[in-house]
Design a protein. Structure first.
Length: 75
C-alpha cells in the first residue's frame, strides 16, 4: 500500500538513515486524522502488485515487473 505524506513537515520532518544503503530519508512528522481515527492521507492500494521476495535475484525481479506491467494494458 502506498502511504500518504501526512500533513507535512511541521518541525522539519524526521530524519532516518537506512541501514543497508546509508540513504538519508526525511519523513513527515505529522498526519491528519478523521473523527473515526483513520488517516486522512493513508494512501491507496496499488494497481500493480509484485512479490519482491528476498530470494528473487535481479533478473527474476525484472521479469516479475515486466510481466506485471504487461497486465496493466490488458485490464
Amino acid at each position: 500500500m502506498t502511504r500518504g505524506s501526512g500533513c507535512g513537515y511541521t518541525n522539519g520532518g524526521v530524519l532516518a538513515i537506512l541501514d543497508h544503503s546509508g540513504l538519508r530519508v526525511e519523513m513527515p512528522d505529522c498526519q491528519r486524522r478523521r473523527a473515526d481515527g483513520s488517516n486522512e492521507l493513508a494512501g491507496i492500494m496499488p494497481a500493480i502488485v509484485v512479490d519482491e521476495s528476498a530470494e528473487s535475484d535481479e533478473g527474476t525481479l525484472r521479469q516479475k515487473w515486466l510481466a506485471a506491467l504487461a497486465q496493466v494494458g490488458r485490464e
